[in-house]
Write a protein that binds this ligand. Structure first.
Ligand code: ACO
Length: 376
């Protein structure tokens, strides 16, 4: 039997598998996708290029990128039966639950793509292409509006905004969302990616693996933090109240969302980049309210707890500046992370080994079985 020293709670610091997809240097605050620094990708590439990089292991040539972009554009239409199903979901459902059900249901209509193996790449493209359509249709339905016709001509970032807000974004708006999607695309063995890989490691299919991942992302300690950051900003209201609000949460041992990270011991490089985009977008819209509150919050939390911001601190402010409702923040995270989940699932299929750790048993043994009529 394992000794207590063998148990790594939360699998902290456990290296579970080899991957060439993503490297995090938690001490230096570096993030690498397939060899490329996230800072270069955020500055110079697009979400479509990053998706290609994650799926195919190299940056695309011009023709390869055009091909991927047109394939994604062409796949935006939902199967009619799925579109009907979304219209029957409760209008007050949590959009992450809607996404989880829709991803699972999508697999019913694409049986060929549900077989484990390299051809699951078709499912990766379909899931990536359809997530904005799923969310857009549900969001409009709950406002009593009919679905929009997909726009294959728009980039992924522009289409996401279009599907949610029924307007084609400006160039700077599109770029802000594009960078946000690049930054969220992959992050090594985070909880949702691990969930996807565990499911795939049983030789289950891509749609099941992504359904597992969406469920894991929903939790507030993972993808659900960004919406809670904006909730907190609504409580703080003005920078001069930040210290008092943070202090009152810390004395109650509550966590301040958007701060801390299991791997980064310094600032999350994604937070550094998004902070700048939050400022730029705020300036473009003449609204620096969220940016100023977040700067103050950072100062207070670092002083009180020594914690650094993570990616979720600034992403919510970017979405809020678009006027996107907070319950769509985590689904937007999924719109991007689906590329990483699917790349990890494809990698798992290449070198499959059932993921099956052990538990240290801390219960009792040898209890005598008592018949039901004699139990008290
Ligand atoms: N607010 C207050 N205290 C915190 C926070 C926080 N955000 N994060 C860590 N701490 C404290 C803990 O209370 C604990 O203090 P203690 O030793 O005095 O009890 C100490 O720091 C260590 O915390 P752990 O939970 O052991 O650290 P872990 O590595 O498990 O935490 C986590 C990582 C879950 C992300 C944590 O920092 C957290 O809860 N953050 C808030 C939620 C959040 O922003 N999640 C998004 C993460 S990024 C992503 O998933 C995209």
């Amino acid at each position: 039997m394992a000794s207590s020293a063998d148990v790594q709670r939360g699998l902290q610091d456990v290296v579970a598998l080899e991957s060439r997809l993503c490297f995090i240097d938690g001490k230096l605050g570096r993030l690498i996708y397939q060899g490329y620094d996230i800072r270069d990708l955020a500055e110079r590439s697009t979400f479509e290029e990053v998706a290609y990089l994650l799926w195919y292991g190299k940056l695309p040539t011009g023709p390869e990128l055009s091909d991927l972009t047109s394939r994604l554009g062409a796949l935006r239409t939902l199967p009619p039966a799925l579109a009907e199903m979304i219209d029957r979901f409760p209008a007050d459902a949590n959009p992450m639950d809607v996404l989880r059900c829709a991803v699972s249901a999508l697999g019913l209509y694409e049986p060929a793509e549900t077989q484990p193996g390299p051809h699951a790449i078709s499912g990766a493209l379909r899931l990536t292409a359809t997530m904005p359509s799923i969310l857009g249709q549900f969001h409009r339905r709950r406002k009593g509006l009919p679905p929009l016709k997909p726009r294959p001509d728009l980039s992924h970032a522009a289409y996401l905004i279009y599907a949610l807000l029924d307007r084609v974004p400006t160039g700077p708006e599109t770029r802000a969302m594009d960078v946000d999607l690049i930054l969220h695309a992959d992050h090594e063995l985070n909880a949702s990616t691990f969930a996807a890989r565990v499911t795939a490691s049983t030789l289950s299919d891509l749609y099941s693996a992504v359904t597992s991942a969406v469920g894991a992302l929903k939790g507030p300690l993972h993808g659900g933090a960004a919406e809670r950051v904006v909730d907190l900003l609504q409580v703080i209201r003005t920078p001069d109240r930040a210290a008092e609000v943070v202090h009152s949460k810390l004395v109650r041992h509550e966590r301040i969302m958007g701060f801390g990270h299991r791997v980064y011991k310094v600032e999350d490089p994604r937070a550094t980049i998004l902070r700048e985009w939050s400022r730029r977008l705020g300036e473009a819209k003449g609204d620096l309210h969220y940016y100023e509150l977040l700067r103050k919050l950072e100062e207070v939390v670092h002083r009180e707890k020594g914690l650094y911001p993570n990616v979720d601190l600034y992403s919510g402010s970017v979405y809020a500046l678009f006027g996107i409702p907070t319950d769509l923040f985590t689904p937007i995270f999924a719109v991007s992370r689906v590329t990483g989940w699917t790349a990890h699932v494809l990698e798992e299929y290449e070198d499959l080994r059932l993921i099956r750790p052990m538990a240290k048993y801390v219960g009792t043994v040898d209890l005598p079985y008592v018949p039901i009529g004699q139990r008290t």
